[in-house]
Design a protein around this ligand. Structure first.
Ligand SMILES: C[S@@+](CC[C@H](N)C(=O)[O-])C[C@H]1O[C@@H](n2cnc3c(N)ncnc32)[C@H](O)[C@@H]1O
Length: 217
């Protein structure tokens, strides 16, 4: 059972409606092959209170141990909520769904054993602020687990393409930035230990990915 908390107006624009519709149809395990293995490795062992930034339609919910996790979703796109709640019911997930953002969740400090983010840091308005919020939410010893697409190496042709396509890409993908240097951001916000694995998927423009964990000391 998920308790819905309408703690902000959320987002209900045309851009969010179109992205929610398209994402449900396009972003499947086949397209994102390579990502599923990292979801399993990072999410299956989690226990306790898990805050998920931008859960979208619930792609991560199948990987949690529903018996061991109390889930708190932070999803501002109200058009995602229907399929997300359906997925939560399907996988027996208990917890809360908020309409706030990753940059300002409104949750108390040190409330989470884990914070997770998969394909979200590209879309948030302020990625460093969202990473600082993850750190604030974690109790000492807690872990931030992430799977994100990132900018290609500086000076590469792909990086130039990512930069050039950004305005159009952001319009069709609800604010997604294909060229963010997230790895550097995660290293600088104050986690005590960071482990990051780079990998690639076979999707043009957003093929460079990182998966990893960052701990609060
Ligand atoms: C590409 S989808 C990824 C959904 C899901 N995490 C997954 O792996 O399939 C990006 C999600 O981030 C959400 N999002 C965008 N900006 C956000 C913000 N500032 N705070 C929290 N979520 C945000 C979007 O509404 C969307 O659901």
């Amino acid at each position: 059972m998920i308790h819905q908390v309408h703690d902000s107006a959320g987002r209900r624009g045309l851009r969010q409606r179109i992205f929610s519709y398209a994402y449900r149809r396009v972003a499947n395990d086949e397209l994102l092959s390579g990502v599923a293995e990292y979801r399993r490795r990072l999410l299956a062992p989690l226990q306790g209170t898990v805050v998920e930034f931008g859960p979208g339609t619930g792609a991560n919910l199948a990987w949690f141990n529903a018996e061991a996790v109390r889930w708190i979703g932070i999803e501002p796109n109200l058009f995602m909520h229907g399929p997300l709640l359906q997925a939560a019911a399907q996988y027996g997930i208990q917890g809360e769904l908020h309409t706030t953002t990753a940059e300002a969740t409104g949750l108390p400090a040190a409330c989470a054993d884990a914070v997770i983010s998969t394909h979200v840091m590209c879309s948030v308005t302020d990625a460093p602020a969202a990473c600082r919020e993850a750190l604030r939410l974690l109790r000492p010893g807690g872990v931030f687990a992430f799977i994100e697409h990132v900018g290609a190496p500086h000076g590469s042709g792909l990086r130039r393409l990512q930069r050039g396509i950004r305005p159009v890409w952001g319009l069709v993908a609800d604010g997604c930035h294909p060229d963010r240097d997230l790895e550097a951001t995660i290293h600088t916000v104050g986690f005590s230990r960071v482990e990051i694995t780079p990998f690639r998927i076979r999707v043009p423009v957003v093929s460079p990915h990182i998966a990893g964990q960052a701990w609060k000391g």
